[in-house]
Write a protein that binds this ligand. Structure first.
Ligand code: AMP
Ligand code: MN
Ligand code: MN
Ligand code: MN
Length: 325
């Protein structure tokens, strides 16, 4: 099989992100036989058994909707299993919400998306199905909240130095009782007419490497995964291709993630091209990770991240909910 593939067209092989793949990285894929090539080729035409969306945000972080509204929308979209995964908090989940989900015939799993760092890069790990009353996890989330607040002060200072009109209080009002984040700063800049759009605010001042991208005191990847695992949850690496790493770097991240106790990979996230799904499927199979799927929904009107609009998982993947079902 390897020989046949080696003679095939290289452009049909998995590609990662926006970075050019070196030939030896592609060859790594070719020489490993852990995946069924037929599965990879038809990856996007297969369906998982149950429709699920395990990555979305409510107004407890940077999402627009209340958790109750997410339930209703998910139900409308035919979702059977849902996890609300707000940034660094489990506040979106409650026994009452669980009861509302049950009344709608929806299976609700608790979750959150933890901000952490690996080799000085910001990485997001989704935790699913934790013990809600784990005291260490609660403390960890409290620390994440503090880190966000401190960073928010730093972002405010940075924006003021750039000449923008912004007070922390204004942005805190936008965040309400939710975790404060860069999107709330972007929203303030747009609503006050200082930026034409959220996208422009990120592109010019808040996005990666820009002056408003103040680094928070995020925990290490190892700590973030350990918090989830010790609380009985499953740690899933969120949107693996968003970090714009080479495949070699991504594999290095996955090695460390696995070593730390990570067990899942978001094979489906937002909109992805078939070759990206193949790449992630191959990685999930090779590492023996569960596969997760999530829209990363934040608010209505963003068709690239619409709640419940997740492409089906390739049949060769083990859906992450099998971990506890
Ligand atoms: P934070 O959690 O405060 O670091 O902010 C990260 C969040 O900002 C992500 O979860 C996205 O919701 C949002 N975000 C990141 N990049 C962009 C962008 N270019 N445009 C709009 N929102 C973005
Ligand atoms: Mn977000
Ligand atoms: Mn994320
Ligand atoms: Mn997210």
């Amino acid at each position: 099989m390897s020989a046949v593939l080696l003679q095939g067209r290289p452009e049909s092989l998995p590609q990662v992100g926006f970075e050019t793949q070196r030939y030896e990285e592609i060859a790594f894929f070719i020489h490993r036989d852990l995946c069924n090539v037929a599965d990879l080729k038809s990856a996007t035409f297969m369906s998982s058994l149950r429709k699920f969306d395990f990555h979305c945000h409510s107004h407890f972080s940077d999402g627009a909707l209340a958790p109750q509204d997410l339930l209703v929308l998910a139900k409308e979209r035919g979702v059977e299993l849902l996890a609300i995964t707000d940034h660094d908090t489990l506040k979106g989940y409650s026994p009452m919400l669980q009861a509302q989900a049950s009344a709608l015939g929806l299976e609700l799993i608790n979750g959150c998306e933890i901000s952490c760092q690996w080799q000085r890069r910001g990485i997001h790990v989704v935790g699913l199905n934790m013990h809600l009353h784990d005291p260490d996890f609660a403390l960890a989330m409290q620390a994440q909240g503090q880190a966000r607040l401190l960073r928010a002060q730093g972002i405010t200072d940075a924006l003021q130095r750039l000449g923008f009109e912004v007070e922390l209080k204004q942005v805190q009002t936008l965040a309400g009782s939710g975790m404060i984040g860069r999107p709330h700063f972007a929203q303030h800049l747009v609503e006050s007419g200082q930026m034409p759009s959220m996208a422009a605010a990120f592109k010019r001042v808040l996005g990666s490497g820009k002056p408003g991208d103040i680094k928070a005191n995020w925990p290490s990847l190892e700590d973030a995964v350990a918090w989830i695992v010790r609380a009985g949850g499953v740690a899933v690496l969120a949107h693996p291709l968003k970090y714009r790493m080479t495949l070699t770097k991504l594999r290095s991240l996955l090695d460390d993630f696995e070593q730390a106790g990570g067990q899942g990979l978001e094979v489906i996230t937002g909109h992805q091209e078939p070759n990206q799904i193949r790449t992630l499927t191959d990685l999930a199979l090779r590492y023996g990770f569960y596969a997760s799927a999530g829209s990363d929904f934040h608010s209505p009107g963003q068709p690239w991240a619409a709640l419940g609009h997740v492409q089906p998982l390739p049949r060769s993947c083990r859906p992450v909910w099998e971990h506890w079902s």
